[in-house]
Design a protein around this ligand. Structure first.
Ligand SMILES: Nc1ncnc2c1ncn2[C@@H]1O[C@H](COP(=O)(O)OP(=O)(O)OP(=O)(O)O)[C@@H](O)[C@H]1O
Ligand SMILES: [Mg+2]
Length: 169
């Protein structure tokens, strides 16, 4: 899964690079995962929204060592996961239950569409999108969990792009 996220250099490795135009460092930690069939466009839409939010959260924190990590991994529980983790401003507990609502935004210039459209896209794919934060100043983690289809083994096997899989059917 997420074969198309990887460049040859990052495949199965962990790399870090500065996000151009920002002071955030992006860490890419892509573990091999079981192939799953997912909608590439929707997944990218979700990823872009999560990265945009993480970028803003880091910028607003004003902290040193701003970092955004993107991880893929097998859970061993019948699903694969994509995580976007930042060490930005964090989310107060009272907002955690509201951030996926349409038009909920705390950001100047924000519209509150990104997470709402992302959770709808995840649900369309039979996936889930959840958020965690220890609170203000403690960063945030967003988790896209995609179920492995029945009959597929939840084990480390070579990655196949979802698009390749669709093309082979
Ligand atoms: N990584 C994050 N760290 C802290 N707060 C976040 C993070 N991601 C989302 N939020 C909170 O959730 C709210 C909703 O996010 P969402 O992406 O839906 O809207 P937005 O970013 O404010 O505006 P836009 O419509 O441009 O995406 C944000 O305004 C912010 O309060
Ligand atoms: Mg947003």
């Amino acid at each position: 899964m997420f074969h198309w996220l990887k460049s040859p250099k990052t495949r199965c490795g962990c790399t870090a690079a500065r996000w151009p135009g920002t002071t955030s460092q992006v860490v890419r930690d892509y573990q091999e995962t079981t192939p799953v069939t997912i909608d590439r466009h929707k997944t990218l839409q979700i990823l872009v929204n999560l990265l945009e939010n993480a970028k803003h959260a880091c910028a607003e924190s004003g902290r040193e060592g701003k970092q955004i990590a993107v991880r893929t991994r097998n859970t061993g529980q019948g699903r694969v996961e994509l995580l976007v983790i930042d060490n930005g401003i964090g989310i107060p507990p009272e907002n955690l239950g509201r951030i996926f609502q349409q038009a909920f935004s705390t950001r100047k210039g924000g519209h509150g569409f990104g997470l709402h459209s992302s959770i709808l896209a995840a649900q369309d794919m039979g996936a889930s999108l959840t958020a965690r934060s220890e609170g203000p100043g403690k960063g945030a983690t967003f988790l896209l969990a995609i179920p492995i289809l029945p009959g597929e083994k939840d084990a480390n096997v070579p990655m196949i792009s979802p698009i390749d899989r669709l093309a082979n059917h």
